[in-house]
Design a binder for this molecule. Sequence first.
Ligand SMILES: Nc1ncnc2c1ncn2[C@@H]1O[C@H](COP(=O)(O)OP(=O)(O)O)[C@@H](O)[C@H]1O
Ligand SMILES: [Mg+2]
Length: 245
Amino acid sequence: MVEVQHLSKTFGADTVVLKDINLHVKKNEVVAILGPSGTGKSTLLRCLNYLCEPTSGIIRVGNVTVDASKHTRREVRNLRRQSAMVFQNYNLFKNKTAKQNVMEALLTVQKKSRSEAEEIALKLLDKVGMLDRKDFYPSKMSGGQQQRVGIARAMAVNSDVLLFDEPTSALDPELVGEVLNTIKTLAEENATMILVTHEVRFARNVASRVIFMEDGQIAADGTPEEIIDHPDNPRLQRFLNFITN
Ligand SMILES: Nc1ncnc2c1ncn2[C@@H]1O[C@H](COP(=O)(O)OP(=O)(O)O)[C@@H](O)[C@H]1O
Ligand SMILES: [Mg+2]
């Protein structure tokens, strides 16, 4: 479903953020990415849908392949439709209600009729437990509620892959659970997901695969049992001790 070959990203002249990343994610895999901050996790996710342009490498999502060395605008546009991103800070449109936020992509990208877009939006809001807040503006919702609308909005894109960049790290601790539960429900419905998170216990329970990134590279990649229960990489062990204590 997702294939990354020799992906590198350099900012400016010498800030090398991603170093020759190779990654293959199968359909219905739920991949959690762990790692210290500043190691390129967000940059990797952003490169997957060209929110960030790789310096070199090939990205394939679904049936769209983009080679950084010779990409066209049309390829990039097609690639972007293959995945949808849930951001740390929700990034909802402030002047739109929950329902209007979810309808946006349905109207503008998918060119659905207004009534069809509304019907789908309400179904998705119901799925994330936000149907009763459909007419609320972001300023009248808690962070957890805004993020659940953010997830419904990403689902509305109807892409094959959902990307989550630390979806709970901006939330107050008591609101984290409701968002993780929403993500867990999606994971159980066989969505292909790549999720950057610091929630190790959640990764252990929900992910089918865990990747540890360090210093712009994939330092460990395996099942949750291998990576979280029995880490054999010393730096991974140190990282896990650090964030679970
Ligand atoms: N637009 C940018 N310009 C310059 N440097 C950037 C930019 N975005 C990210 N970086 C740098 O890339 C590195 C990795 O960032 P990021 O991918 O956000 O890491 P993570 O998500 O793992 O915390 C950091 O050192 C960061 O400062
Ligand atoms: Mg990040």
